[in-house]
Design a protein around this ligand. Structure first.
Ligand SMILES: [Zn+2]
Length: 275
């Protein structure tokens, strides 16, 4: 194909647009799922203050927020800044993953699309778990299903389409299994539920998407992030020993970092840990 530069730009633009659109859906999930509302129940988009429905032109990710200066056209009240930053972070993450996995075949476009979906779903998980200490099954199990359906195109999971599907299933069992053991051990040792079933299902989805090689790096990076967050707060007594900490956000961020790093880092991290 002519014009390598044009192609490079095309997948970055694809990442930006898809990321912003997914980010907009993520906002709907973050807003609705903790309240037990289904994301596809009408009206699809409504103002959180006056509940009047939002016109499509006022609902363009990022752009509408900036044009309306963060206020609803309906009632003029402030729209939470979270709406903007979820869309912006989702867009940036998708552009980064597009630059890391530039597609040159139809299957690789499918892979890139699934990775963008994966990342934004993880952002939604992180935001919901951070606020509510729960991870909705719709997100964790939905992610398992979507990443399995996309697995024949996922080059992180193996060489042949069938091998990749097996790799995805094996990854889910390995990821879910290890975290189920962690949860069971935590319950035995500390007599409290240190880790919930939501984390188990989320780990299954992540390792089912990134492959079993990502398991050890995922445990290492997510724990390191969690400690980096909790230890200073414990030292400053801003956090008590018995206070709950949501683990989902650290799992999610670790998974996104590992996706950016790619399979090379999986082997290196396993080597560092085992040496
Ligand atoms: Zn309104």
């Amino acid at each position: 194909m002519a014009g390598g530069l044009g192609l490079i730009k095309l997948h970055l633009i694809f990442g930006a647009i898809i990321g912003a659109i997914f980010g907009s859906f993520a906002n709907v999930l973050i807003w609705r799922l903790p309240k037990g509302e289904l994301p596809w129940a009408p009206p699809y988009s409504y103002c959180p203050h006056c509940r009047s429905s939002i016109k499509p032109l006022d609902n363009i990710p990022i752009i509408s927020f900036l044009i309306l200066r963060g206020r609803g056209r309906c009632c003029g009240r402030r729209i939470a800044f979270q709406y903007l930053w979820v869309e912006v972070v989702s867009m940036l993450c998708s552009v980064i993953v597009a630059s890391r996995y530039p597609p040159s075949s139809m299957a690789q476009w499918v892979m890139l699309f699934s990775f963008c979906f994966f990342q934004t779903a993880l952002l939604a998980v992180a935001a919901i778990d951070w606020q509510t200490y729960t991870i909705p099954d719709l997100l964790s199990l939905g992610l398992c299903l979507v990443m399995f359906l996309a697995s024949p195109a996922n080059e992180l999971l193996g060489v042949s389409p069938l091998g990749r599907m097996a790799g995805s299933l094996g990854g889910m069992i390995a990821g879910g299994g290890i975290y189920w053991l962690f949860a069971a051990a935590g319950k035995k040792i500390y007599k409290v539920e240190a880790m919930g079933g939501g984390d188990v299902k989320l780990a299954a989805a992540i390792v089912g998407a990134l492959g079993w090689r990502s398991l050890v790096p995922l445990v290492a990076v997510s724990s390191a992030l969690g400690l980096a967050y909790a230890l200073p707060l414990l030292a400053l007594k801003r956090l008590g020993r018995r206070d709950p900490i949501a683990y989902g956000p650290f799992l999610s961020v670790a998974a996104i970092i590992l996706l950016w790093m790619g399979p090379a880092i999986f082997k290196r991290l396993i080597f560092i840990i085992s040496s």
